[in-house]
Design a protein around this ligand. Structure first.
Ligand SMILES: Cc1cc2nc3c(=O)[nH]c(=O)nc-3n(C[C@H](O)[C@H](O)[C@H](O)COP(=O)(O)O)c2cc1C
Length: 366
């Protein structure tokens, strides 16, 4: 079987991407005081040389309190633009596009120099902290502008697009989930109100960056086994609202830190057999029926290029994205393109997660 579809070009907005292989956002812990460092440039260069079509950066903090790892990247002030420019420029010398994923850790922040904030004051068991509930004015005047300004800085840095991190229990994702959003103002209550923060960020950012710069989203569609959490049927309603708002591509996801220690560890599920691969496929199939013209990025347990080829050929998804397999094999896309169609070597052991707690991103297999 040839991988014609997987290696055919496609677009997000007007941005051409040479193939359908995306590196899903992965925190690398490779920044110096928020500035991408040479180690990060080297890592992305490996991915670009390895024929990834689109790299989505690890979560970039929109606020000083919200870096995704101890040495995570930031775009919370203009002072970060030049170091991000350098990173983007080096990747553009290969035929690879790059998206900045911007986010805020919110309730799941482990940085004790700052207070944790969230839609509602619900204990986060992993840190033992109860976040402070944001006021309506803070959401309007601080949080939304922080995302808009960081998005604008991503544009100024030369990124090809920006991705909002609205998943995995971090700040934006926690607005979507009834368990963590118990507000009664315009940002809580109904499905629409819980999604409103995404709509407001989209429109304000669109005003800043113009029509041509894609704004894409990694979107919480379900909370897994979390009691009182977001269920897929409501996740699909949220996805429809997001699609109608105008987001240029959707990467559906789910899960978060509340379930750490349980078996089902969304978003990064342990895969022990081929049946367990592609674990957001049913979600993406359901979303496809809602969104005929919005590019979808299927993420989660993609390991086999022949399955990925079929999903694209059948029109179920436009792109596939991978995180752990590309930590293990940054040249995976190139290997598949060269005719070696054996599945990714990644064993989904999740040791990469532990690597970023005290060190830089690595895989114990390579
Ligand atoms: C070490 C590590 C760091 C991650 N960091 C991020 C992140 O910064 N932003 C994000 O949206 N997802 C992050 N993820 C989740 C991945 O993007 C992806 O959604 C998940 O691992 C499932 O895809 P996979 O089976 O290809 O690994 C991370 C995953 C891992 C393993």
């Amino acid at each position: 079987m040839e991988l014609h579809n997987l290696f055919s070009p496609h677009k997000i907005g007007n941005v051409p991407i040479k193939n359908r292989i995306v590196r899903s956002a992965t925190a690398e812990n490779m920044a110096d005081e928020g500035h991408p460092n040479d180690q990060l440039i080297d890592l992305y260069t490996e991915l670009a040389k390895g024929e990834v079509g689109l790299i989505i950066t690890g979560g970039i903090a929109v606020d000083p309190s919200s870096t995704f790892s101890k040495k995570g990247t930031s775009l919370h002030s203009d002072g970060f633009i030049s170091s991000h420019r350098k990173l983007v420029k080096s990747i553009h010398s290969y035929d690879t596009k790059i998206a900045a994923q911007i986010g805020h850790t919110g309730r799941q922040s482990s940085n004790r120099r700052y207070e944790a904030v969230a839609p509602s004051a619900i204990l986060y068991p992993q840190t033992g902290r109860v976040p402070r509930a944001l006021s309506t004015a803070e959401i309007r005047e601080i949080i939304i502008p922080a995302f808009v300004e960081a998005g604008w800085r991503a544009y100024e840095s030369g990124y090809d697009m920006v991705q909002l991190h609205a998943a995995h229990g971090y700040l934006l994702g926690s607005f979507l989930t009834p368990y963590t959003n118990q507000r009664t103002d315009e940002f809580g209550g109904s499905t629409f109100n819980r999604t409103k923060i995404l709509i407001d960020i989209y429109h304000s950012l669109r005003d800043e960056v113009g029509k041509e710069f894609p704004i894409i989203i990694k979107l919480q569609t379900q909370d897994g086994d979390l009691q009182g959490g977001l269920k897929l049927d409501e996740g699909l309603e949220i996805t429809k609202i997001v699609y109608e708002t105008g987001f240029d591509a959707i990467e559906p996801s789910g899960g978060g830190g509340d379930l750490i220690g349980t078996d089902l560890l969304l978003p990064s599920v342990a895969i022990n057999s081929s049946e367990e691969e592609n674990y957001f496929l049913q979600t993406v199939k359901a979303i496809r029926t809602l969104t005929d013209d919005c590019p979808l990025i299927l993420m989660g347990g993609i390991r086999n290029p022949l399955s990925a080829e079929r999903f694209i050929q059948k029109g179920i998804t436009d792109f596939i994205s991978m995180s752990r397999p590309l930590i293990c094999e940054p040249d995976l896309a190139k290997r598949w393109k060269s005719g070696d169609h054996s599945p990714a070597l990644c064993e989904s052991c999740n040791s990469c997660y532990y690597s970023i707690v005290n060190s830089t991103l690595e895989c114990i297999l390579n």
